[in-house]
Design a protein around this ligand. Sequence first.
Ligand code: SF4
Length: 367
Amino acid sequence: MWQFLRPDSSRVWKDPETLRRLRRYRGIIDNHRWAKYLLCKDLECTLSLDASTHELWEHHALLSKRFAEYVRGIDLGKVRVSQNDLPETSFLDLKIEIAGRILQNCHFCERSCGVDRTSGKRGWCKLGKDSRVSSAFLHTGEEAPLVPSGTIFFASCCFACVFCQNQDISTDPECGNVVRPSELAALAESLHREGALNINYVGGDPIPNTHTIVSSMRHQTANVTQLWNSNLYCSEDTMRLLTHVIDVWLPDFKYGNDACAERLSGAKDYLRVVSRNHLLAYDSGEVIIRHLVLPNHIECCSIPILEWVSRNMPDCLVNIMQQYRPEHKVRTRPQDYPDISRRVSSEEMKRVLERADELGICWSPVS
Ligand code: SF4
């Protein structure tokens, strides 16, 4: 049985399974791999950014292929483009332009509201064009290989989990302070200087703030892992933008079927969207899946998720979390959610962890 080791132990990186599954991330910490967003700045975009959105995406597809070859070469030891030789317009600039277009017809997440957030309109998440950060600090409570993690909490969310453990942030789009891309970059760089092993974008959820986060990378210069900590209910277009700038993914895989997702998080078509995005993340980076075990949702959610992960993402790490407690609407109206109005029992956890072991999944009993 494999387990995450605690952050206060340097043994975490002596575990061969951790090292194998997070090899590139470790390489960035040791400064012999480059964070991908930096490599995006090396690749020239020859198309005018005034082109149509369709043309921008066509060029993005072309540069995606070149980028894959470039990263492979760099990881094999080829010399990186000199910082003095950076192109005037880069692959990253192209992504920033496309993110700005998405903001005008918002479909950062699968709710696809289609509102023009640059004109003051707001969609389901109630966010306009500005991003707000409620707090940012060195987090030592994340998974052991990630700590200390430079965690940045964005206001609002594109989910409506009735048991949200972070409701003060996720349900208040006005909390915290507005951050411009340059300010977000300064925040990320200062967290890195303080010792962060990664820049951890979370919330609420980072998805509605994709434009600000990607734009901030134009101002960032540190070789530090960019980490996406999300419900992963993003659109395919958002995933296409993120896959070349995010090094490590920390997605929540919450439900094993659409009915539970719709009832408890107000999210439609959950399995198709989130499984698609997990596969895209797995294809493009290193992944630690988080699964919060819910009481009475073992056979309908936990077990199907573990089985899907073992079939489709055998090389990722999974943090199976047992700290669920009834919060938010479940705490104030437990009669409406009787199935999840208590903590998870030890029998339920045992059943989940035994199935994870049978499937050969690398799991963690700690968070
Ligand atoms: S991020 Fe999602 S919920 Fe918010 S406006 Fe865009 S599509 Fe709608």
